[in-house]
Design a protein around this ligand. Sequence first.
Ligand SMILES: [Zn+2]
Length: 128
Amino acid sequence: MSHDLPLAPEPISTQALRGLALRCPKCGQGRLFRAYLKPVESCASCGETYGHIRADDGPAWLTILVVGHIVISLVLTFEPQLDWPEWASMLAWSGLSLAMILALLPSAKGLFITLIWRSKGPGSERET
Ligand SMILES: [Zn+2]
């Protein structure tokens, strides 16, 4: 594909999936994060800049929303049938919640960075 031709705008679903997969939403090749939740300054593959985008509390809100619904559903379904001591239940369900939160938080942040980048929002703490 020649780079001289104008590229058709990509669907938001494609870009959102790239963000969820922790990839650059523009090209899908470069990594979006240089550490667990630290976005790269710019994509190593296409050069698109992301370092100025601040997702703030959005990723935490989305993660809790998703994990809360899943874990509460599991607790309400299985807890009445389990004959565990209370301490074991509390440890198991909070451990599951914590593991899911840590696993999903980067993808939630990738999604928010993608949406802020796509909407061309300044998303910046530097511009004031
Ligand atoms: Zn890229």
